[in-house]
Design a protein around this ligand. Structure first.
Ligand SMILES: Nc1ncnc2c1ncn2[C@@H]1O[C@H](COP(=O)(O)OP(=O)(O)O)[C@@H](O)[C@H]1O
Ligand SMILES: [Mg+2]
Length: 454
């Protein structure tokens, strides 16, 4: 037994003894004496405790989890205190590990592409993640605490929730969801999960994946295949029909034979143009086009175009006018710009009546070069304008049926604009004419292709 323990025990006993016997004593002098003994005992005890605590707290402050009970507490409290410390340390470790697991879980949940909702067995939402809020367009405050079927007011989701809790089997379904204004295609996977602790608690887990973009792309691809097949079948049917007519006897009528062979040749041309345009479009779409940026002089390019189209311009008695200051230099990819000019001039020449003038114009403003082709042909109805850049789209097929084309030209132009980080614009008034212009940012291109030339 240490000295402090002895002093504390003596002080304590004196205090209790003095207090008890002082209270019982009938004699005033004895009572005063006994109370004095009790006070002295109390004073001794308090002083000893204060000193010991002072020493302990100094060492506890330095390392609270490794307090070593000394002195007074050696005998009485050492085993208890050490047990307590061990417990505290374990609790600290466990709660640290729990915090780590919980923050990792939250991180994963928040960065998931799939929307997640966890519900109680009666479909009351316990937790949702950020993707859930985004995909289903509801905030977590609106969702948590409410029934899933009420938060997402959709018959298909209602049925899915009912089915998963009834069958307790995994349900996978694709649904058309029209909440929040926009129509979306959602793939939903729902399961009921039992907790592993044997408490029999279960949760509903719902995963929502937004398939709208993927399904949209699939639709475009399907439409594209259907369109290509249709567009190729038309000239092929025609070629086959006239070839059969020739073998069936038309070959022996020279005039008819020449006419039919002419048609076959035109249709074969149309097919080959279409295949070329399709190949061009798929090359531009592949994302593998390597830009060959350089300084181009538009005047030189226009002269070249004049040569390429000279016979067609002459046949239709048309003029091609260059409406820009010479020299007009800009940075771009020469072959891509020629692809654009070829398509725009082809349209302007073939859709405008003979005798009209076609203009290639250009200007430079605020680091943007605008190059375009303008005609005063029949124009395009306003409601058709947004669609002319779609693949295979041809305005009023009956009007353009005797004008050869694939409906791919303006799609190619728009792709080139995208590749050159620019944009294409079309303006048209029926009866007045059409202007298509390409806007090309220059600053970035100058910086990347010609350092110090900006
Ligand atoms: N300059 C123009 N004048 C009138 N219509 C035009 C002009 N350019 C394009 N169009 C319309 O837009 C449609 C799409 O053009 P495009 O994609 O080049 O296809 P294509 O020339 O093969 O028909 C054309 O079929 C035509 O109806
Ligand atoms: Mg065209």
């Amino acid at each position: 037994m240490s000295f402090q323990t002895f002093v504390l025990a003596t002080g304590g006993v004196s205090f209790l003894f003095g207090l008890l016997f002082g209270a019982l004593s009938g004699q005033t002098t004895l009572r005063i004496l006994l109370f004095a003994v009790a006070t002295a005992g109390l004073f001794l005890s308090v002083r000893t405790i204060r000193r010991t605590i002072g020493r302990q707290s100094a060492s506890a402050l330095q390392n609270p989890l490794t307090i070593k009970a000394q002195g007074l507490f050696d005998d009485l409290f050492d085993p208890m205190l050490n047990g307590l410390i061990r417990l505290l340390r374990e609790k600290n470790e466990v709660s640290g590990r729990l915090a780590e697991v919980s923050s990792r879980f939250e991180g994963v949940l928040e960065h998931m592409v799939e929307g997640v909702a966890v519900t109680s067995p009666n479909a009351q939402i316990l937790l949702v993640n950020a993707a859930f809020e985004r995909i289903l367009e509801v905030s977590s405050t609106e969702a948590v605490g409410n029934r899933l079927g009420l938060v997402i007011r959709d018959v298909a989701i209602h049925q899915l929730v009912e089915e998963v809790f009834r069958t307790r089997a995994k349900v996978v379904r694709e649904i058309e969801f029209s909440g929040g204004g926009k129509k979306k295609t959602l793939s939903v996977v729902a399961t009921v999960s039992e907790t592993r602790d044997g408490s029999g608690k279960s949760y509903g887990i719902f995963l929502f994946y937004d398939m709208t973009t993927i399904r949209g792309l699939e639709r475009i691809r399907k439409d594209f295949v259907a369109n290509v097949s249709h567009e190729i079948r038309t000239p092929l049917t025609s070629i086959r029909g006239y070839a059969e007519a020739l073998t069936d006897g038309a070959l022996y009528d020279p005039e008819l034979a020449r006419k039919f062979l002419g048609i076959i040749s035109d249709q074969a041309d149309r097919l080959s143009r279409m295949v070329n345009d399709l190949l061009e479009l798929s090359r531009l779409e592949s994302g593998t086009v390597e830009l060959r940026l350089g300084e181009i002089e538009l005047g030189v390019q226009t002269d070249r175009m004049q040569e390429v189209f000279s016979s067609r311009l002459r046949d239709r008695n048309m003029q091609l006018r260059a409406d820009f200051p010479r020299p007009f230099r800009y940075i771009s990819d020469e072959s891509l710009i020629e692809l654009v000019l070829t398509n725009l001039l082809d349209n302007a020449i073939k859709y405008s009546p003979p005798g009209r003038e076609i203009r290639i114009f250009a200007e430079q403003n605020d680091g943007i070069v605008t190059i375009g082709v303008s005609d005063n042909g029949p124009g395009i109805p306003r409601e058709e304008l947004p669609r002319v850049f779609e693949r295979f789209y041809r305005v009023d097929r009956s009007r353009s049926s005797n004008i050869s084309g694939t409906g791919l030209g303006l799609s190619i132009v728009r792709h080139v604009a995208t590749i050159l980080k620019g944009r294409v614009e079309i303006k048209s008034d029926p009866g007045e004419g059409t202007t298509v212009s390409l806007h090309l940012p220059q600053k970035m291109l100058r910086a990347t292709s010609f350092p110090g030339n900006s």
